[in-house]
Design a protein around this ligand. Structure first.
Ligand code: PLP
Length: 456
């Protein structure tokens, strides 16, 4: 068992030859499959043909696959090796500062070219689109991480990449825009004047992921050579992210941990959380380990903890299929909190289903509490976290402090899914005392939910 003595191992790294060669699909291991997506017009379950205008056949096949494992193409593994396997750190300095007997591990995805976990799916998505003869991808980006990842992946596979960035994020993070352009992408502030979906809003509107998705989908649907790519929410995206959890399991074994008490991740659309947690859930369902699996979301966009589980659109204009998910209502516009990647009205249907099955728990945190944790983490571990994973860090610290009371040596694992070096405006707001918490009133929630379609 690991103990806390000076000189002890802080990083558990894998050789490139130990990188996973398959993605893990949790669906066949669940007691029942998730409800199917429905056609927005007929309300009948959609078939592969309904998605063919937006996605290549290989990704549609992955979206509906019932196979437990999907091989990672050699070309994708080759790109993954630019930064994968990513390190698993033990937060020894943070543990000491907290005075906790708990052991805290974080899987660090900020070592990727975009600075987050997003390239894990951007790379295969660009690869399969290029293979299908597509020449251009459109997408939305909230915090700028997904736009960066897709621009990077597109450049590797010779695709054009056009990004609608949520207005508030576009204004606050010019560095992200420059990074996307450096990787060869084009960026529009959303709502833009280029689409019908965008023109429905005033030009100076702060925007939302739902609006930006509508814009990107509208443009992709009009052109044969152009597809749309989504950075979270869908089954194939969560599938690609499972390399995170697969590596973490191998690394925890190297650290000598034979069980885990708590796996914690932040949830926007659910992809870094699913990517970390699904391999742990597989092991738990097989009776080999027994962690609690917990999602943490912002108090101002609490789709799991306060949203309703029902069919809703993935975007504001209602262009996407209807998905059964925890939703705040597709035209809900969350407060412009700094964790732009967590400002989504819905939760991945697969995560929503796993939550409904009682296989995981969820909680929400206000942003100032998140940044208190972030600063403590930065000052001990030396990494400035992206605003999104500070939600998971805040809960990891709470739990570690609870262990100090009880004396329990819990093993806590979290995904540090991105660094915050392009999010310094958020830190500046926190450090200067200008950051506030907004929460979400019952009134605002009720009115947003009123727009959700009534399905049988
Ligand atoms: C995009 C993003 C998120 C939110 O998306 P998920 O699909 O919930 O993971 C969280 N953290 C970072 C760093 C991101 O870039």
């Amino acid at each position: 068992m690991a103990t806390k003595k000076p000189g002890q191992q802080r990083k558990f790294v894998l050789d490139e030859s130990e990188m996973p060669t398959r993605w893990y699909n949790i669906i066949p291991d669940l007691p029942e499959p998730p409800p199917p997506p429905l056609h927005p017009g007929t309300h009948e379950p959609i078939g592969p043909d309904d998605l063919a205008g937006l996605f290549p056949a290989d990704l549609i096949a992955q979206e509906v696959t019932t196979e437990r494992y999907v091989d990672i193409p050699e070309e994708v593994q080759d790109v993954y090796r630019l930064w994968r396997p990513s390190p698993l750190h033990r937060a020894v300095n943070l543990e000491k500062a907290l005075g906790t007997p708990a052991r805290i591990y974080y899987k660090y995805e900020g070592v990727s070219p975009a600075g987050s976990h997003k390239p894990n799916t951007a790379v295969p998505q660009a690869f399969y689109n290029a293979k299908a003869g597509i020449t251009k991808l459109t997408t939305e980006t909230g915090a700028g991480q997904w736009g960066t990842a897709l621009a990077f992946a597109s450049s590797l596979f010779g695709l054009e990449c056009e990004v609608w960035q949520v207005g508030g994020s576009y204004d606050a993070k010019p560095g992200r825009r420059t990074l996307i352009e450096t990787f060869g992408g084009t960026v529009h502030r959303s709502p833009s004047r280029l689409t019908e979906a965008g023109r429905a809003y005033p030009e100076d509107h702060t925007g939302s992921l739902g609006i930006a998705i509508s814009e990107a989908v509208e443009v992709a649907a009009q052109r044969e050579d152009t597809n749309y790519a989504l950075g979270s929410v869908l089954n194939h995206v969560l599938l690609h992210q499972t390399v995170i959890g697969e590596e973490a399991l191998l690394q925890l074994a190297k650290a000598g941990e034979d069980d885990v008490d708590l796996v914690i991740g932040c949830t926007g659309g659910g992809s870094n959380f699913g990517g970390l947690c699904f391999p742990f859930l597989r092991e738990k369902l097989a009776g080999r380990i027994s962690p609690e699996i917990r999602a943490v979301e912002p108090a101002s966009a609490p789709s799991l903890t306060r949203g309703e589980y029902r069919y809703d659109f993935g975007d504001t204009a209602g262009l996407t299929p209807l998905m059964k998910m925890h939703t705040l209502g597709h035209d809900f516009v969350p407060d412009p909190i700094h964790a732009g990647g967590l400002r989504y009205h819905g939760m991945a249907p697969l995560i929503s289903h796993v939550y409904e099955l009682g296989l995981m728990t969820a909680t929400s945190v206000d942003q100032t509490a998140c940044f208190e944790a972030a600063v403590q983490f930065a000052r001990t571990e030396g990494i400035v976290p992206a605003p999104e994973p500070t939600h998971a860090l805040a809960v990891a610290i709470q739990e570690a402090l609870a262990c100090k009371e009880t004396g329990e040596e819990k093993v806590i694992v979290t995904a540090l899914c991105g660094h915050g070096l392009l999010d310094l405006a958020a830190y500046e707001a926190f450090l200067s005392g200008r950051m506030t918490d907004s929460g979400l009133s019952d009134e605002a929630l009720r009115s947003a939910l009123a727009a959700v379609p009534q399905i049988g």
